[in-house]
Write a protein that binds this ligand. Structure first.
Ligand SMILES: [Zn+2]
Length: 289
């Protein structure tokens, strides 16, 4: 007899992966159209080279890219590798988030949060902007999740709630503690990014960071809470600095004015913190006991 108890979770991960690839296909539309302020619902997707409408059978995530051999059916111009890459990455992250949350009421919120971060990462990489049409709804999502998820799941769920409800917010209703955690996280996230930008501007006399990074970290801070927000900034600054130094060394150009789309690194830091951050922070704190 095969062990049937393994089947449901395996099927669940396959469903999460396929769903992730479909959402990834939608994120491609968001990444392409939001910076141009176009509707993400209408019209149908078109080939960026010849303008031909892409048929539904040529728009299947990843599979169509392989079957079309990375070329438009009409004009044979190459299709950017970014499209299947975003679809595969979203699929992999949806499986990872499903593994992290299990079948929980927190899962849809974590999936939307991850999708918003993915869209921000790729838009920042291409256009060096973090659009308000993603960060503002992201902040609203964070506040709704903060109130709803602890009640729906019956657990604190958010990383900062246990420490807050044992400390300053002892005896408070759960939603008050949760929203207070969101406010503290948002102020730490948005505040540190604003302070970094302000300091840089005073030191170098140039604007290094836009308000987009501040709003993005406002959203991340509200959702993840102060511990994972500090971790996000740490991971973001560390990975951004390493990549920045490597790029500068390659270009043999010691020009500190070279701008890095910092949102990419903050976004990656936030996703890593969502998935693994609580264990990392607990392990780190345990070193000092
Ligand atoms: Zn074409």
């Amino acid at each position: 007899m095969p062990d049937l108890s393994l089947v449901p979770s395996a099927v669940g991960y396959v469903i999460a992966g396929v769903f992730g690839a479909i959402i990834g296909s939608f994120l491609n539309v968001v990444i392409h159209r939001v910076p141009m302020e176009e509707s993400i619902v209408f019209p149908n997707s078109r080939c960026p080279s010849c303008g031909a409408v892409i048929a539904f059978y040529d728009n299947i995530p990843v599979i169509s890219y392989v079957l079309l051999q990375a070329k438009c059916r009409g004009c044979k111009e190459p299709i950017s590798f970014r499209y299947p890459a975003v679809e595969l990455l979203t699929a992999a992250l949806f499986v990872a988030v499903a593994w992290h949350d299990g079948l929980s009421a927190a899962l849809p919120f974590d999936l939307i949060f991850t999708s918003a971060l993915l869209a921000l990462i790729f838009i920042d990489a291409e256009h060096m902007i973090l659009p308000n049409v993603i960060t503002y709804p992201g902040i609203v999502l964070a506040l709704v999740a903060r109130i709803a998820v602890p009640y729906l799941t019956g657990t604190p769920h958010f990383d900062d709630i246990p420490s807050l409800s044992q400390g300053a917010f002892a005896g408070m209703p759960l939603w008050v503690t949760s929203l207070a955690g969101a406010a503290i996280g948002a102020l730490i996230g948005g505040g540190s990014l604003w302070l970094m930008g302000w300091t840089w501007e005073k030191l170098r006399g140039i604007e290094a960071m836009g308000l987009g990074d501040v709003k993005m970290m406002f959203m991340v801070g509200a959702y993840l809470g102060w511990r994972l927000t500090i971790l996000t900034i740490f991971v973001g600054v560390l990975s951004g600095s390493i990549i920045g130094v490597v790029l500068m060394a390659r270009q043999r150009e010691r020009n500190m004015q070279m701008l890095l789309p910092f949102g990419i690194f903050l976004g990656l830091g936030a996703i890593a913190s969502l998935l693994f951050g609580s264990q990392w922070v607990d392990w780190y704190a345990g070193q000092f006991r």
